[in-house]
Write a protein of this length. Sequence first.
Length: 210
Amino acid sequence: MLRLFFFFQFLKNLIFYFFSEYKRYAQLLLIVFFKRPKSIVEIGVYKGKRSKQLIEVARIFNDKINYFGFDLFDLFNRKIDIKEFSKAPNSENYIKERLSKLANVKLFKGFTYKTLPIFNKKIDLIFIDGGHSIKTIANDWYYVKKMMHKNTNVIFDDYYSSNKRIIKKFGCNNIVDQLSDIYQSNILPIKDKIKKLNNTKVQMVLVKKV
């Protein structure tokens, strides 16, 4: 009965995204639905909304989900906002309370160049959507590679397709476009527009081991 509830939540959220300005997130939920992960890493928890949705979709198929979230939480400030083109997340306590009823939750507070090196688990699904500077995403990817097993699915957000000025500083373009031959990348088709970046188009990228 609980799995049926999570399935209807999945359908509701899927429909919401398809009719919103954030259509690309529908693809994220569909990947979780078809890949059925038992473990999830999310780099960039923000408000915990999509964290909850990812777990709910995974719970359609598995009663026990291990979720690991990385963010600055209350360490976030305006200076970081400008440097990373990010948004202020909710507190660690708020996120923990919101998600702990759905999964086994462990949160890591701090900059990912400090928190990711201490993480040594293999993970089924990884969503990279933390700091948006090239330096930060490159660091996240460096450590994410160590979490991958042969069937791990990694989803990058923020692949910019219509603003060459932006991709010199932000987004995953440089990392994805220079992946080695042992990885297969698939730029997902749905494009959203970021209004505050002059309607720059943004997509997601799915990366797996060959």
